[in-house]
Design a protein around this ligand. Structure first.
Ligand SMILES: O=C1O[C@H](COP(=O)(O)O)[C@@H](O)[C@H](O)[C@H]1O
Length: 246
């Protein structure tokens, strides 16, 4: 593990090795949170992350150590589609993780896709308040992905939502990556987290990785996640790390 200030970088030879290392990291964080306050409050992203995260966590060995009964699971971003739609981040996490482990159903907090995106974001902000507390919610761990364009959650390069500082959850109607209507946590929430884990795999991410980890002037959305009292750990595979050479 190489440390760069409050940013750590874990490069794994393959995606499978990454999943194992990520699982051990998460098990340790879940145990710490449970010991300190009896619960582990996290937010999950969609895309490739749920599969990579779940691969080892759902094995018998990990399941017994991951303290799933104390997990409270929110979504870092979500597409405004029915929960059983193939584009739903909740749906993906359900298939990969929730259906295979014992997180109590009332500790998983999906969006209400029957609402308009604006209403949905406001309702999700209320749900964060009810579950985590007033003000900016502080997550124990945020699981974030990045796109080849450097977006994270549904915060896209150059989008006005990057400047959203008054809401904890915002809606977007024009996501450049389909589907266009989504809701997302905003930077005040991302930057209040105790721990952020980014997972980035595959060669399509290598240019973004280079910009984020090597270019001090990069303004890619994932680079702007720098929790003031928390740490960021990047789990990346060798294909994504190829952009870091030289
Ligand atoms: O649209 C989204 O994309 C990002 C990245 O997805 P990936 O498939 O390239 O890993 C994801 O983190 C985000 O949650 C999702 O809504």
């Amino acid at each position: 593990m190489q440390a760069e200030g409050s940013i750590s970088l874990q490069i794994s030879a393959t995606k499978d090795v990454l999943s194992k290392q990520l699982a051990e990291f998460v098990i340790q964080k879940a145990a710490e949170a449970k010991r300190e306050k009896g619960k582990f409050v996290v937010a999950l992203s969609g895309g490739s992350l749920p599969k990579t995260l779940a691969k080892d966590l759902v094995t018998d060995d990990c399941k017994t150590r991951a303290e799933f009964s104390s997990w409270h699971v929110y979504f870092a971003d979500e597409r405004c589609v029915p929960l059983d739609h193939e584009d739903s981040n909740y749906g993906l996490s359900k298939t990969e993780l929730f259906d295979k482990v014992d997180i109590p159903a009332d500790q998983i907090y999906p969006i209400d896709p029957s609402l308009t995106p604006e209403e949905c974001a406001a309702a999700y902000a209320k749900s964060l308040e009810a579950g985590i507390g007033e003000g900016i919610p502080v997550f124990d761990l945020l699981f974030l992905g990045i796109g080849p364009d450097g977006h994270t959650c549904s915060l896209f390069p150059g989008h006005p939502l990057l400047q959203e500082n008054s809401k904890t959850v915002a809606h977007i109607l024009d996501s450049p990556k389909p589907p266009p209507e989504r809701v997302t946590l905003t930077y005040p929430v991302l930057n209040a987290a105790k721990e952020v884990v980014f997972v980035s795999t595959g060669s399509s991410k290598k240019d973004a990785m280079r910009s984020i980890l090597k270019d001090p002037n990069s303004e890619l959305p994932a680079k702007l996640v720098r929790p003031s009292n928390g740490s960021v750990t990047w789990f990346i595979d060798q294909d994504a790390a190829d952009g870091l050479k030289n």
